[in-house]
Design a protein around this ligand. Structure first.
Ligand SMILES: [Zn+2]
Length: 87
């Protein structure tokens, strides 16, 4: 999207990415949810060299928690490591 090259601001990147998330079919979210049923959590991987609060996985997690609360809840410990985030 040009974000890494600095051509797209954080706000613009998030706006464009949210549009993609909103357009995702409901079945995609259900699929993601079912991936975590056995362990009770969904792990979302991030390949940022240094994971930062501004990351597409963070946007995805916030979106899922805010818009699909029956499926996704924040981890009570809000445990986010350098290499993975949990829903
Ligand atoms: Zn990241």
């Amino acid at each position: 999207m040009g974000h890494k090259q600095g051509r797209v601001s954080d706000e613009e990147y998030e706006s464009r990415y949210l549009a993609i998330l909103k357009a995702a079919p409901a079945g995609a979210w259900t699929w993601l949810y079912t991936q975590g049923l056995e362990e009770g959590e969904v792990k979302v991987l991030c390949y940022c060299p240094l994971h930062k609060p501004f990351c597409h996985t963070e946007i995805l997690i916030r979106y899922a928690i805010a818009n699909l609360p029956t499926m996704f809840k924040a981890d009570s410990q809000d445990e986010i490591s350098d290499s993975e985030s949990e829903l």
